[in-house]
Every structure is written in C-alpha cells, then in structure tokens.
Design a binder for this molecule. Structure first.
Ligand code: AVI
Length: 322
C-alpha cells in the first residue's frame, strides 16, 4: 500500500495525532515554501545567504586545505539557491570538484543538471535522485575522492534532538576520514522573532500546514474541511523547540482512502505537524560530540541568528571531545 497513506493513517490513529512534515512538499507546498523563504518574517534563508556572501572565501579555504580534487554532496539541494554563491566562488577559485545535489524530487534534479551549469559555467554537476542515505552511498561508489557534505537551511531542525543525533551518527558512519560536513543551523534568539517566522503576518506558514490537508484530500481521496482547522504555533525558549499544530475548530469526522476509513476529531483536538528545533552553542557541541564529529569552524550572519557549522569526521576510534 502507498507509504503516504500508511503514514497518514498511522499519524491520525495515534494519540496525540500527528502528520509528517516531509509530506508538505508537493507542487503547491514547494511554491508556498519558496514564498516563505522570500518573506520578511522568515529570517533563516536571508541569514544563511548573508553567511555565504561574507564567508565563502574562508569556507573555500577549508574545503581546499587538504589539497587535491574533492566532491561536494548536498543533501536536499532544492533549487540550490542556498549554495549558488558558494559554488560560484569555488569555480572562480578553480577548485577541482564535482557537485552532487541529492533530492527526492526528480524534477528538481533535472532542473539542476540543466540550469546550474548554464548559471555557473565550468561547474560539474551530477544529480542524484532519491533519499539521502542511499544516494550518499551511491555517491561514495561513484567517486573515491574526499567529500564535503552540505546540509543547509536548518533542515536538521525538522528533527527532534534525538533524531538529529541518530541522523548525524549515520552521516558520520557513511563519511570517509577527513571528510567535512557543513551544516546550517538556526539558533535560539528572541522568542518573538522565532515565533513570528512561523506565525507570519501573511499567513504563509498557516497555508503551508493546511496544504497538507488539501494534499491528503486530493491524493488519498479524503474529505477534510480545511477551513475547520486552525494553525497554532508554539516556541519554548528553554528547549528551543518550535512546533506547528493544526487544531480542529469543532467536533468532526474525516473519511480517508478507498475504504472511506473514518477519523474523528474532538473540538480543539490538535494534530502535531512539524518541529523546527533551535540550537545554542552547548546543544550544538553536544550534537557534534554524540555523533562523532570534530568542530572545525563556525560561521555566523551579522546578527548571529543563524550559523553554518563546519565539522570534520573524527576517526571511529578517536575519543577527543570538543
Ligand atoms: C525546511 N525547514 C528548515 C523549514 C523550517 O524552518 O523548519 C520548514 C518550514 N516550516 C515552516 N516554515 C518553514
């Protein structure tokens, strides 16, 4: 049976209910996310852009330090807008590298393979369409060169801290000695600034969440009355956990799938939709240590709202801590 259907069924049968935010990204969801990234309230994309504008020369020196050719593998490349500035700089500096963007969408990969070399002449691109870890293994088979892994845009934030540790451990395991990881992480800051980014003036985050109900209606033959759900955002400054929910405005029943399976909602019942975890230097250090990475350097935007951390794969038998 379709994995999407199984995941929706599991999430809505659980108590409390949840849906998986990886399903936000259908065609309409991609468009809303692009609007979010351009919006005033959603500072994350702007901050990471500023980091690459300011620090690309230094980042490039770290990439090139061991010398020789290498490969850049980007997990969840999207339209590569986050990476273009850095890639252009590396090409200008005549680094010998191939760029391997990994994305779950074949459309995204096709676009990158045709459009990026036109935008950045001289750039070698080899797209990999699929899930992160199988594609990372494939990239390791395709080339034996040193690797730099990019995981940008605070995508790590869409995992709870224990899931992030497991993710980074797996990444560490799949990397070779002296491979680097450059990871974009959103930082704890004034709670109102964070809340505003996810509870924005324009209602973009609301639409992004509600779009998943539209998607379930269309793809899984369901009858969600989308207007009867309200978006509710929380941020806990102690734990750095920023969470999205949809709240049922009234008691209601929704039918899903060919068998018209019924899911009941009480008035004010919540569906947990997404976590966008925020870190500080302590929790980031703990993440590096617990997953086996050595801290190399850290880059900030001028407000220090966002960071890109550069970590090195620590050999499996080393016990050094940061
Ligand atoms: C993709 N990810 C890092 C975004 C975030 O900030 O958690 C997704 C997002 N959700 C609502 N707005 C943006």
């Amino acid at each position: 049976m379709d994995q999407f259907f199984l995941d929706v069924k599991k999430g809505l049968s659980s108590s409390p209910k949840y849906l998986l935010s990886k399903y936000f990204y259908d065609k309409a969801g991609d468009l809303i996310f692009e609007q979010i990234m351009r919006s005033q309230d959603y500072y994350l994309t702007r901050c990471e852009h500023e980091i690459f504008e300011e620090h690309s020369p230094t980042i490039a020196r770290f990439f090139n330090a061991p010398g020789g050719a290498y490969d850049i593998i980007e997990l969840g490349a999207g339209d590569a807008s986050k990476t273009s500035h850095l890639l252009q700089h590396l090409v200008d500096e005549r680094h010998d590298f191939t760029y391997y963007p990994i994305d779950i969408s074949s459309q995204v990969i096709e676009n990158l393979e045709t459009k990026l070399p036109e935008a950045i002449p001289g750039l070698k691109v080899k797209g990999l369409n699929g899930e992160y870890f199988p594609m990372l293994r494939k990239a390791a088979e395709l080339s034996k060169r040193r690797k730099v892994i990019l995981f940008l845009g605070s995508n790590i934030g869409n995992m709870f801290p224990d899931e992030a540790t497991t993710f980074c451990r797996t990444l560490h395991h799949l990397m070779g000695p002296m491979d680097l990881l450059l990871m974009g992480v959103d930082l704890k800051k004034n709670p109102r600034t964070i809340l505003r980014a996810y509870d924005d003036e324009e209602g973009l985050t609301r639409d992004f969440n509600l779009n998943l109900l539209h998607r379930i209606n269309e793809e899984l033959n369901a009858n969600f009355c989308v207007d009867d759900f309200e978006h509710y955002q929380t941020y806990d400054p102690e734990t750095g956990s920023c969470k999205s929910y949809l709240i049922s405005a009234k008691p209601q029943k929704v039918r899903i799938g060919a068998d018209r399976e019924v899911f009941s909602f009480k008035r004010d019942e919540s569906i947990f939709m997404e976590v966008s975890q925020k870190y500080d230097s302590r929790s980031l250090r703990a993440l590096a240590n617990s997953s086996g990475f050595l801290y190399v350097e850290q880059f900030y935007d001028p407000d220090e709202w966002f960071t890109d951390v550069l970590w090195l794969k620590r050999p499996e038998n080393s016990t050094d801590e940061i």
